[in-house]
Design a protein around this ligand. Sequence first.
Ligand SMILES: Cc1cc2nc3c(=O)[nH]c(=O)nc-3n(C[C@H](O)[C@H](O)[C@H](O)COP(=O)(O)OP(=O)(O)OC[C@H]3O[C@@H](n4cnc5c(N)ncnc54)[C@H](O)[C@@H]3O)c2cc1C
Length: 408
Amino acid sequence: MRIIVIGGGASGVVCAIHAKNVNNEVIILEKNDKLLKKLLVTGNGRCNYFNDDFDLSHYYSFDTTKIEELIQEKNIWDVKSFFDSLGIIPRIKDGWYYPFTNQASTVRDALIREVHQKEISVFYNTNVLDLEKKDDKFLIHTKERDYYCDKVVLASGSFAYPNTGSDGVGYSFLKKFGHTIIPPVPALVQLVSNFPYCKEWDGVRSEVELELVQDGEVIAKEKGEIQLTDYGVSGICIFNLSHLVSRGLHDNKKEEIRINFVPFIETLITPWMDRYSRRNSTKNIGELLEGFLNKKLVPIVLKCSNLTKEMFYDELTTEEKINFCKYLNQFTIEITSTKGYDQCQICNGGLRLKEVDLETMESHLVDGLYITGELLDLNGECGGYNLTECWITGLLAGKSIGEGNDSN
Ligand SMILES: Cc1cc2nc3c(=O)[nH]c(=O)nc-3n(C[C@H](O)[C@H](O)[C@H](O)COP(=O)(O)OP(=O)(O)OC[C@H]3O[C@@H](n4cnc5c(N)ncnc54)[C@H](O)[C@@H]3O)c2cc1C
């Protein structure tokens, strides 16, 4: 039997490795001149490929109840054993797995070795333009020639980070076969704000608590280090909220991020400020702020609350105090857009999970069509969850194809 995998990224390569056996000829069609280009930029070049904490709350899908069918102990265990079998020694920090070398190329090279060892054919610089089914065969069109096969695996990725090869073409193939696609939006991405003082806070990193406010209602919370930039906000805690922001903006909702710059204050903030200023009664308000706020943020908080640094906190009216404190623990900025597909790590949205057999990754609509990786409507937080989803779906598809035609 001939199997063609469209896309030599994370999920496609793992699928091909598991689909190959004596009876199966496996071919990868890859439009780049190398395999696994995206993998090299993951985890800032270190590749965060797995995580010990597999709570389902780290994942999102329109078909919420389907998540547990994929992110289940057996599948996770299979992924772990597979990486152990590749000889990759992990460096584990707070449950996040990186190769011990801290080099993404360690993971990529181990996978490529396996592709060669299994004698899987790879056709590079081969851009699939169209896919159709004729009787019980698939016909794959490229500029140079057509390919036919018995089973096809669509592993061509989402719209995210297109300079690594993924441009979302797989969604249109799936639509043509009658599948439903939840409109993809950028996720794990930096957020752009119209806040007028972004240029002034550029470069600040601060431990904060965050609330995502959508149309005036808090819909999610995060904590961690925020990075304030000349266009808006970034950092892992922002990335983890970004799919909700993207989806909200797509649906014309108003998106605001509310920042608590003083998460160490566990009581009500105004009495805390009253006590703090009494203990430091000789200091003006600028000097008080410098005791706990990044220097670049001090003039911004003062400007926003219409105060000057020479003023004394005790001399403010109650209204001025309340307003000032609001800029410390409820600093709210509007988000107007994201950094988009060019910069996002993944997409939220994709092929409805309910249209796929989640034990084999075969389409419920088209026999012999398998879908893996980011094309699916399943996305995770930062922490190795997205690659793990790709490993799991690649492995399930590959094993099901391999075992389905293994007479040994
Ligand atoms: C900067 C960055 C950092 C990341 N860091 C992490 C991390 O540390 N941990 C984590 O878990 N996840 C991370 N991710 C996410 C992770 O890389 C992706 O979820 C994963 O690579 C998606 O795998 P995939 O197989 O679905 O698609 P891809 O890896 O995108 O592969 C798709 C492949 O298909 C090929 N292709 C596309 N169209 C065609 C066509 N028409 N014909 C032929 N070939 C085609 C592409 O060239 C590409 O090689 C990161 C992503 C980015 C961009």
